[in-house]
Write a protein that binds this ligand. Structure first.
Ligand code: ARG
Length: 461
């Protein structure tokens, strides 16, 4: 039967609904060129084991190259009768080199070790593309941080005013997790660089094929130590799905802030026209759809991860057909990030910030209260008492409808005798920000240092 790699012990072909359920070419076709790379390496291993002559190998490789060119050009595609990418390509090879030679390729390998190898090859390539996309977002954040050095804004905890910070500091707080995601992708690549080829169905091959040779032909660092693990494990696919989900979540948190900041109530940023959308009914609208789609896709990426983990849970060793269900979630995750990452980089890179508005909100909500307490501590007041006094100052201001920055020397004795006019010098946004000058703090000099650190980290990846 065309495109089906089994049949000898069966009286007839599969039922139509059986075939429809089993068929995977509609999604595994994207692995075709990796399958062909695997076949070339496997053919060489067969020749080294004495199972193909030099002439056979040359004929086989010529056929595979021709098939590869036809696949790349779209001249060869899966037929409706092909069960999966592996069967389709074997059919294609037979059509090109004849059944006698084409029929020799499958010796010593199984679709189980094939698919486990192909998914690793594919992920190694694709995750590099993802890392590049994440780096572009980090670059956009870093560029904005560099452009807006020195712009203060309100820092928040619980979404309430907390302490003044620098906008650049806040933007870079989104860059670091993304840099860790890039690092995660690179670490994962080292684990993906181990080839399952030669594991065959589960127990390894008996034909004297050399898995280490095939591994190095395919650019892997080594081959698996355990053929059962090689064919049954999908933890690396799940790990990839986790990193994609983590990237989605990191983008989503940033997106949520862009959505808030672009409201008229916040007024911190304006979205560039090219990276926002209008409303079909409300003429004034400029909507943050990139950010909302980032938030939405994070849910989808999390779903792909949890779905895959649920598929793996409870599977006995070794290969089970359930494992075919690993493809669509990971493919989907990669497809989503492929469109999302460039859009996020574009949106972030073109955000127009409003420095005066950001600065004017920085001291709001008594965000300098900690500075009052810290000033008292420097005057040797125990922090517990300093906290009380600063709290009284807040209550005093709240009662009069003023901010801490509005206090004058004559207000101070009414609040507490320990507050002298010298405290008024620390009651400025700039003073507050620049006092936080330990490593990692929001002081201007530290943030400039941090911009350099992020840039160096970007260079290093
Ligand atoms: N399509 C399968 C998968 O994605 C690979 C083929 C193994 N199939 C089999 N019946 N042993 O996992």
């Amino acid at each position: 039967t065309e495109g089906r790699l089994w049949g000898g012990r069966f009286e007839g072909g599969p039922a139509e609904a059986m075939f429809a359920l089993s068929k995977s070419t509609q999604f595994d076709w994207r692995l075709a060129r990796y399958d062909l790379a695997g076949s070339r390496a496997h053919a060489r291993a067969l020749q080294r084991a004495g199972l193909l002559t030099e002439g056979d190998l040359a004929g086989m490789l010529a056929g595979l190259d021709q098939l590869d060119a036809d696949v790349a050009a779209g001249r060869f595609v899966a037929a409706p009768t092909d069960e999966d990418v592996h069967g389709a390509l074997e059919r294609g090879l037979m059509e090109r080199v004849g059944p006698e030679l084409g029929g020799r390729l499958r010796a010593g390998r199984s679709r189980n070790d094939q698919i486990a190898t192909l998914i690793r090859l594919y992920l190694r390539d694709e995750l590099r593309v993802v890392a590049g996309g994440v780096q572009s977002v980090v670059e956009a954040l870093t560029q904005q941080a560099r452009t807006h050095l020195g712009v203060p804004m309100p820092g928040r905890t619980h979404l309430q005013s907390a302490q003044p910070i620098l906008l650049s500091h806040h933007l870079l707080a989104h860059a670091w997790p993304l840099l860790r995601d890039v690092e995660r992708l690179q670490n994962l690549d080292a684990r993906l660089a181990v080839s399952p080829y030669g594991s065959a169905a589960l127990a390894g091959t008996s034909l004297g094929l050399d898995p280490e040779f095939v591994a190095s032909e395919l650019g892997f660092d080594s081959s698996v130590a355990n053929s059962i693990d090689g064919t049954a494990a999908r933890d690396l696919v799940a790990e990839a799905a986790f990193v994609l989900a983590m990237i989605g979540v990191d983008l989503s948190r940033m997106a949520e802030e862009v959505i808030l900041w672009s409201t008229v109530e916040f007024g911190f940023v304006t979205l560039d026209d090219a990276w926002s959308t209008g409303s079909s009914i409300m003429p004034q609208k400029k909507n943050p759809d990139v950010a909302e789609l980032a938030r939405g896709k994070a849910g989808r990426l999390i779903g792909n991860l949890t779905g895959l983990l649920a598929t793996l849970k409870g599977l006995p060793l070794a290969y089970n057909r359930d494992l075919q269900e690993d493809k669509e979630p990971i493919f989907d995750g990669l497809d989503q990030l492929r469109v999302l990452l460039p859009a996020m980089a574009g949106m972030i890179g073109t955000l127009v910030f409003h420095p005066e508005r950001l600065a004017s909100r920085a001291p709001a909500g008594f965000s300098l209260a900690t500075d009052v307490a810290d000033w008292l501590v420097r005057q040797r007041v125990p922090f517990a008492q300093a906290h009380e006094v600063a709290g009284k100052a807040v209550r005093y201001c709240e009662g009069r409808g003023i901010e801490l920055t509005d206090l004058t020397a004559s207000d101070l004795p009414e609040i507490d005798g320990r507050l002298t006019p010298a405290v008024l010098h620390v009651l400025t946004v700039e003073g507050s920000i620049n006092s936080r000058d330990g490593r990692g703090g929001t002081a201007a000099a530290r943030v400039e240092e941090q911009v350099r650190e992020v840039s160096a980290a970007l260079e290093a990846v």
